[in-house]
Design a protein around this ligand. Structure first.
Ligand code: ATP
Ligand code: MG
Length: 317
């Protein structure tokens, strides 16, 4: 690490993703994650992506209020999910500028982060190639060709209900259950003009979404999120509830295998619990929530996250 003093971390978020009232609430309540990282000795600064202008002038720069965020080597966390294609393009420029600098993009964290970082379709291809159970999935083409997905759904997927979800989002945003082919057709009609890119899968009756935390190749904790009554989304931000859980069968081993294949020192792998063989859902790196864990498992995940960040920051010096 460079010299003494806390290691600088810059967390880039995008307030334009949220209703301004939600933003006000988030500001009032603060962030437990930021507090945890500060308590662990990091000097955390939160910056909004809309205030950044990426540039190259002699070296990569992230201009921010007359300052350059890349002037001093730092660790960067970039929350890259967004429902807005314009924001997505801007975040790409931010991410690529950080990668070109001597700072560390902590949210990369997997082999081929552009391909395998946030795209659920890419994750399914990869997880299935390692033998994990994956739901049959159809990706919806663009614009006036979008309805062609309906024929593919008929030929490739079992009968509904279906789940339609954006390929790269988080917090259960836009994850919709379509009970009939007509619901599905209307959903596709509405989604296609958004340019979000979405997937259709069978709705799998499940008892929850299990997140397995893998650090340095070993499972350190697991969090079970269950949908509320009459609900189908397990995300806690969408009314689900979370609790510490033991991963069943070989789910821990499968998660560890995925982390190894992605060369990820810290990986959170989500599985839908159904029957005796959980089905792979997605993975996330350092930004995955763990705040609903309690007690020793939570402390283990926090310690793993802090170690991972320290390790990444010192590795490239
Ligand atoms: N095929 C499916 N069958 C049944 N339920 C599903 C299916 N896909 C998703 N869900 C439910 O919807 C929730 C959100 O879906 P998913 O995790 O794919 O999206 P997300 O927005 O990326 O959430 P996260 O914040 O966990 O990244 C899941 O936790 C699960 O409860
Ligand atoms: Mg999820």
């Amino acid at each position: 690490m460079h010299g003494a003093g806390p290691a600088p971390l810059v967390w880039i978020t995008t307030p334009d993703n949220y209703d301004p009232r939600v933003q006000e609430r988030l500001k009032r309540e603060g962030s437990g994650r930021v507090d945890m990282l500060r308590a662990a000795g990091f000097d955390v600064r939160v910056v909004h992506s809309c205030d950044i202008v990426p540039a190259w002038n002699g070296r990569p720069r992230l201009l921010h209020d007359g300052d350059d965020l890349l002037a001093k080597r730092a660790g960067f966390l970039v929350t890259s999910w967004t429902w807005d294609p314009g924001i997505a393009r801007h975040l790409e420029a931010v991410v690529r500028t950080i990668r070109a600098s001597d700072s560390v993009l902590l949210t990369d964290g997997t082999l081929d982060p552009d391909g395998l970082g946030t795209d659920k379709l890419a994750m399914y291809h990869h997880a299935a190639s390692l033998g994990a159970p994956v739901l049959p999935t159809v990706s919806v083409p663009f614009g006036r060709y979008a309805r062609r997905a309906l024929d593919a759904v008929r030929s490739e997927l079992p009968e509904g209900p279906y789940v339609v979800k954006p390929r790269s989002m988080a917090m259960g945003f836009g994850v919709l259950k379509a009970d009939t082919p007509q619901h599905l057709a209307a959903t596709v009609d509405l989604l296609a003009p958004s340019g979000l890119g979405c997937l259709v899968q069978p709705h799998l009756p499940n008892t929850g979404d299990l997140r397995v935390y893998v650090s340095e190749g070993k499972t350190v904790a697991a969090l079970l999120r269950r949908p509320g009554d009459e609900a189908y989304l397990a995300n806690v931000s969408q009314g689900g509830s979370g609790s510490v859980h033991e991963p069943p069968g070989d789910t821990a081993a499968s998660s560890e295998r995925l982390a190894r294949s992605l060369e990820a020192d810290y990986l959170c792998v989500d599985w839908l619990l159904a029957g005796d063989r959980p089905v792979f859902n997605e993975w996330m790196t350092v930004l995955a929530g763990y705040e609903d864990l309690k007690g020793a498992p939570r402390l283990r995940v926090e310690a793993a996250l802090v170690d991972h960040i320290r390790h990444r920051l010192s590795a490239a010096t």
